[in-house]
Ligand binder design. Structure first.
Ligand code: MSP
Length: 645
């Protein structure tokens, strides 16, 4: 057993959600991700704290309440409770739920504003700017796309008024230095790059008030009661007000270890406004901003304003809470966008959960009943070694890969590591063929060793799945006869091999995840390959072949090249911070969205060439037939940059 290093407390936050719309799958994703991170860190036996809540002031809410003919507070109470009541139904265990209308929050906002005002970082001035009500913020001209807000696709309003301003621009150089010196401050790194590139242009000061003549639904400025606080300046402070800033013990314990999760829509407010506000207020900065992409439906971001939302409760009721949590965490590459469809949930359930995990679990339990009367047998370590019957090495590799990924919020990779081990166990059964060993009494010690390793592997899997599927994890442990002991959820314990006690009782199971039958088959048409002449090229030597430097790479960006019918400009990650741009002639077979997140094989030492004015630094391997291209990939994800031999 490897001793784990002493870990620090863990504080995780989600954005506080606006109360102008009901919760949808996008909100559920972020909050489940935070819950998964919280549960994973609890497995390291450290104190954890998980905060979520609702953002209730500002124009947007006042407008929505007016439409419903309610007071803003009544309206906020109603929607806020929809969020608050949803989370337990998705097995989310937040420690606190903050509302920006809570007195505890309003007091902290006033206190921080007074501090910054007294310090001289807030001034009064007239301003004219472009304001997007959807985002509740002023836009700089250069941030607009075709004159419109890129998120709400609406032209912002031109507003001119006297207001209070925060001297954000004074902190620009300091912020750039901080981001440069702390590689994990904003991750994954494409968002860090985006922020740094935005900071190349001069920052404007931040308008932090709204005159009460225009908006009364907000926190009154402590130094001028004719104004309310700008909603973002109010909302961001929830992360400290909920901990009882400045004197509460909770604040002292958890604030130094804070990790924020957000989606890319609110990157600038969190990566620019928030750290400069903290700096001006003399509060230490957050550790990391963990940024994920959007769940899209059809071609656009799932959002209330576009009306293309998936209801998290309906999905949970249809597929079960664990399958739903699993799908969200497994299907989205943290940091990239994902397309939501019910077909993809069903596919994940049938393939990963019913086939790979579920079958393995019922198969191993059924064999344990058949050969050992439903009890954990004993296993002789010499027999394991002599006949290569141990899964310990693969199990330890799985835990290491899992931990490395979970530590950096790469939940999809953490799960991939667990499922790689699950497929290894399925192969192990086929290789060792327990049914043959059972035929010969002389082979019983080997049969025992095989079964103990499989049961032990399943115990380990049950532990690793706990943060994502707490219910399934418990069911598995009950059937493995170990559920009474809370230690079984400690990572150190999960990792320790051979924890099951020989002789302890197991329980039979029918199906951990029943398959979902799909009535209409959506099988693709078989590909007709006609007229293909597989003419072989002249022989080459091994030396010729070994001149090729083939590497795995992950597509992080892809876009069409204007006027080039077949070409896509593809940016790939080659690991260790290296990126390459490849011009690939595959646009008839792949849309840019389909490629993003795919792992490909790259000819990495091909001499760069310019195609349609774009530099292409390599080539992506693909099979080609009359119908087009199929990009070569692996059945399991491997680290970007791994040599392919
Ligand atoms: N109130 C602000 C946040 C203030 S935090 C100090 C806000 N609220 S919101 O209701 O619009 O929530 C935005 C967040 O909800 C996103 O950052 C993301 O966490 C989640 N999502 C909303 N729609 C989403 C998708 N379609 N896909 C993924 N996440 C989404 O912004």
């Amino acid at each position: 057993m490897t001793a784990l290093t002493k870990e620090k407390p863990f504080y995780i936050t989600t954005p506080i959600y606006y109360v102008n719309a009901k919760p949808h799958l996008g909100h559920a994703y972020t909050t489940i991700a935070a819950d998964v991170a919280r549960r994973y860190h609890a497995m390291k036996n450290v104190p954890t704290y998980f905060l979520t809540g609702t953002d209730e002031h500002g124009d947007k809410i006042a407008e929505a309440a007016k439409n419903e003919q309610m007071s803003p507070k009544e309206y906020a109470d109603r929607i806020s409770s929809l969020f608050k009541d949803l989370w337990p139904q998705l097995d989310i265990r937040n420690d606190d739920f903050i509302r920006t209308t809570d007195e505890r929050h309003k007091n902290v906002v006033a206190q921080v504003l007074s501090n910054i005002y007294e310090k001289g970082d807030i001034y009064y001035s007239e301003y004219e700017g472009l304001y997007c009500v959807g985002c509740e913020r002023f836009y700089q001209e250069r941030e607009l796309v075709d004159g419109k807000c890129p998120d709400h696709l609406k032209e912002p309003q031109r507003i001119k008024e006297s207001n209070y301003f925060f001297k954000m621009s004074a902190y620009q150089d300091w912020l750039i230095d901080h981001i440069n010196q702390h590689p994990d401050f904003i991750r994954p790194k494409q968002y860090r790059n985006e922020v740094l590139s935005f900071l190349k242009e001069p920052l404007e000061d931040l308008c932090i008030s709204r005159p009460k003549t225009r908006l009364t639904w907000g926190i009154t400025l402590p130094f001028d009661d004719k104004f309310v606080t700008y909603v973002w300046f109010d909302a961001l402070l929830n992360y400290v007000s909920a901990l009882g800033f400045p004197d509460d013990e909770k604040f002292r314990t958890f604030w130094p270890h804070v990790q924020h999760i957000i989606a890319k829509d609110i990157l600038k407010t969190h990566a620019i406004y928030w750290p400069t506000m903290l700096k001006a207020a003399g509060i230490p900065l957050f550790q990391s901003l963990n940024v994920h992409g959007f769940w899209n439906m059809g071609d656009s971001k799932m959002s209330k304003s576009l009306g293309n939302v998936a209801n998290p409760l309906t999905l949970k009721d249809t597929y079960g809470v664990d399958a739903y949590r699993f799908f969200l965490m497994r299907d989205m590459v943290f940091g990239l966008d994902s397309n939501f469809s019910e077909e993809s949930i069903i596919q994940r359930i049938n393939t990963d959960l019913a086939n790979d995990l579920g079958n393995l679990f019922s198969r191993v339990l059924a064999m344990s009943f058949k050969y050992f009367d439903g009890r954990v047998p004993e296993s002789d370590p010499h027999v394991e070694e002599e006949f290569d019957l141990s899964l310990e090495k693969e199990a330890m590799d799985a835990v290491d890969d899992y931990s490395e990924s979970m530590d950096t919020f790469a939940f999809h990779k953490g799960l991939a590591a667990v499922f790689k081990f699950i497929s290894r166990m399925n192969k192990f059964i086929d290789e060792k063929a327990p049914w043959d060993l059972a035929k010969d009494p002389a082979l019983k010690p080997r049969l025992q060793a095989v079964m103990v390793n499989l049961l032990e592997g399943l115990r380990l899997v049950s532990g690793l799945l706990y943060p994502i599927m707490p219910g399934t994890s418990k069911t598995m442990q009950t059937h493995l006869g170990v559920d009474a002991d809370p230690d079984y959820y400690l990572l150190e314990h999960v990792r320790a091999w051979k924890q099951l006690v020989p002789g302890s009782e197991l329980k039979k199971i029918k199906a951990l995840f029943p398959r979902i039958e799909v009535k209409e088959s959506k099988q693709p048409e078989p590909v007709q390959v006609t007229g293909l002449k597989p003419e072989l090229k002249p022989e080459i030597t091994f030396d010729d072949f070994s001149k090729l430097d083939l590497r795995t790479a992950t597509v992080i960006h892809a876009e069409a090249i204007p006027k080039a019918e077949k070409l896509l400009k593809v940016t790939v990650d080659m690991g260790e911070g290296r990126e390459r741009t490849i011009v690939a002639g595959i646009s008839k077979s792949y849309s840019p969205e389909e490629l993003i997140g795919k792992q490909v094989i790259l000819v990495a030492n091909l001499k760069p060439v310019k195609l349609m004015g774009q530099l292409s630094e390599g080539m992506i391997l693909a099979a080609s037939d009359k119908k087009g291209f199929v990009v070569a990939s692996f059945d399991t994800k491997v680290k970007a940059g791994t040599p392919v031999k």
